[in-house]
Design a protein around this ligand. Structure first.
Ligand code: PAF
Length: 282
């Protein structure tokens, strides 16, 4: 596996691969990789001849009060996982490689979409995500890029950015990966102490409850929200940020459950903010 820390190294290697007629996949991550990332990488490897994984904790998507400094990092462990899964190149740049000190250009979707769900409490988050993903697309120029469905709003926003900016990149969404007891895998799960880890199960339990109600034929979005909220409130360590039912493409609230509706939540367990969701499929 090639370890690249500069944009120039990535460009030179990708140029070589492309001259040899090989397809290139990109899996953007912030490192501290877990089984969820591993599934993205496996998917990328099954669809592309060379796979680049970026592990960059992107400062522009964190607000000043958020966990940029404490965000977990372990590059050696990441490399071991990446090698085991057959990654061709890891891109591990310093912040100074990605952002000039006077960088002042952002990529931002100026619609209501990034203001919904996580955008309500994280108003600058998706601007940072779009900016860094756009830079990674320009650096790696992949044929396909792979994102997890756990960050459903991020995935929808990236698809919209790719459409609006005419990137010639196929975006592949990959299913949520869960721990055996149901908790969605996340690098932030490491913040939870033993009691909080147990309490965090209220998210997946509420997701499964919502799925059951939909499977039983409930089509009233408010009833689904009420049932989920009531369930989360049974957990004393949980504090709801949002529970919402939105259109799976536009992220705008809907009243009726139909195909491609997204049921999503963000819940604080102690100080840790966790997200989970499901898509209604026909
Ligand atoms: O989902 C993430 O880990 C990040 O938001 C991403 C897409 C790597 C951009 O920094």
């Amino acid at each position: 596996m090639i370890i690249a820390t500069t944009i120039a190294e990535v460009r030179a290697q990708v140029r070589e691969w492309k001259q040899a007629g090989l397809t290139v996949g990109l899996v953007p991550t912030m490192g501290y990789l877990h089984e969820g990332h591993a599934k993205l990488i496996d998917q990328a490897i099954s669809m592309c001849q060379r796979v680049v994984v970026s592990t960059f904790v992107n400062p522009t998507q964190f607000a000043p009060n958020e966990d940029l400094d404490s965000y977990p990092r372990d590059f050696d462990r990441d490399c071991a996982l990446l090698r085991a899964h057959g990654c061709s190149m890891v891109f591990y740049p310093l912040v100074s490689e990605m952002y000039e000190p006077d960088a002042a250009t952002y990529v931002e979707i100026l619609s209501e979409m990034p203001k919904q769900l996580c955008g309500k409490t994280r108003p600058t988050h998706f601007r940072g995500v779009c900016t860094v993903v756009s830079k990674l697309f320009n650096i790696v120029t992949p044929d396909k890029a792979f994102f997890g469905q756990k960050d459903a709003q991020q995935l929808a926003i990236i698809r919209r950015m790719v459409r609006d900016m005419s990137y010639n990149i196929e975006i592949v969404g990959c299913p949520i990966v869960r721990e055996e007891d149901g908790l969605a895998k996340s690098s932030r799960n490491t913040y939870l102490n033993t009691e909080e880890r147990q309490a965090a199960l209220i998210l997946s339990k509420s997701i499964f409850l919502g799925q059951k109600l939909v499977a039983e034929g409930e089509t009233n979005a408010n009833k689904i929200i009420d049932a989920i909220v009531t369930n989360i409130c049974t957990e004393p360590l949980a504090r709801i940020d949002y529970v919402a039912v939105v259109d799976g493409i536009t992220m705008m609230p809907v009243k009726k459950i139909t195909d491609n509706v997204l049921v999503a939540m963000a819940v604080y367990i102690g100080k840790t903010r966790l997200i989970d969701n499901f898509i209604v499929e026909g």
